[in-house]
Ligand binder design. Structure first.
Ligand code: CAA
Length: 257
């Protein structure tokens, strides 16, 4: 891996992926995205990992897709490279992913954070979809996820003017989970990831899948999907353990089976 650093047990059961192109503000070139896809797939298959954090550095989570790599491309080049199929695979990660964001989260950087399940931000974080300023538009889910997260009016303003919003604004509009001082954002992401990692991994996967389904379907189908996943939990040892532990007034020991 050249452009990311992966620590499978950064803390017990919590993996950390750090985007690592600091000089380019972690611009998301094709290789970096391929590495990220491969790392997530590996961590998803690793039974010792129950939650994953993706972070950048204090100055930048990621300043977007790599503009220099795209600048000379034609539409057919873009079609053939099909860079967003990598993103589709990232979206299919079953384990919970937390984005720990500081500094710039722009364009594809904002879209990557939104592809994660929760976002913890430092008070210096800036979120934006500035593609319109370089003659394009969001291409990795920005028009869809941002609109669903913060509503049409605010999303439209960000996408049509390219203006950034601060971490406080992003929290106010429901884009992110919380804002903490810059020296604490990674600690806070670990705290949240550790909390998630203590739950049943089976239930967490099924619950993540069900929440994401709400973006893709109508209420009737979504409720049907949720119900099936709820019933499926009862096929797990974790369900027996969790309910027995409640009755016996002890802490459950979930095994992810
Ligand atoms: N792609 C390639 N290189 C980038 C980059 C990007 N998205 N963002 C920053 N860089 C590079 C700069 O070119 C510069 O490199 P050099 O030193 O070699 O010139 C280095 O990172 C540092 O950047 P700046 O000197 O520009 O730093 P700054 O503090 O003055 O400005 C910034 C920071 C406001 C984030 C500015 O870099 C910027 O506007 N970046 C582009 C943001 C953007 O438009 N993102 C959307 C990309 S398109 C996209 O993401 C499509 C999609 O939906 C997937």
């Amino acid at each position: 891996m050249e452009f990311i650093l992966v620590t499978p047990q950064a803390q017990p059961q919590v993996a950390l992926i750090q985007l690592n192109r600091p000089k380019e503000l972690n611009a998301l070139n094709l290789q970096l995205m391929g590495e990220l896809r491969d790392a997530l797939k590996e961590l998803d298959e690793n039974d010792d990992v129950r939650a994953i954090i993706i972070t950048g550095n204090a100055r930048a989570f990621a300043a977007g897709a790599d503009i220099k790599q795209m600048a000379g491309k034609t539409a057919i080049d873009m079609l053939n490279v099909d860079q967003f199929s990598t993103w589709d695979q990232i979206r299919k990660t079953k384990k919970p992913i937390i984005a720990a964001v500081s500094g710039f989260a722009l364009g594809g950087g904002c879209e990557l954070a939104m592809t994660c399940d929760m976002i913890v931000a430092s008070e210096t974080a800036m979120f934006g979809q500035p593609e319109v300023k370089i003659g394009v538009m969001p291409g990795a889910g920005g028009t869809q996820r941002l609109t669903k997260a913060i509503g049409k009016a605010k999303a439209m303003e960000m996408v049509l003017t390219g203006k950034f919003i601060t971490a406080d604004e992003a929290e106010k509009h429901g884009l992110i989970n919380r804002v903490v001082p810059v020296e604490l954002y990674l600690d806070e992401a670990f705290r949240l990831a550790t909390e998630v990692a203590q739950m049943s991994p089976v239930a967490a996967k099924l619950a993540k899948e069900s929440v994401n389904r709400s973006f893709e379907t109508n209420l009737d189908e979504g409720l049907h999907f949720e119900r099936k996943n709820f019933y499926l939990c009862f096929a797990s040892e974790d369900q027996t353990e969790g309910m027995n532990a409640f009755v016996e007034k002890r802490k459950p020991e979930f095994k992810g089976r």
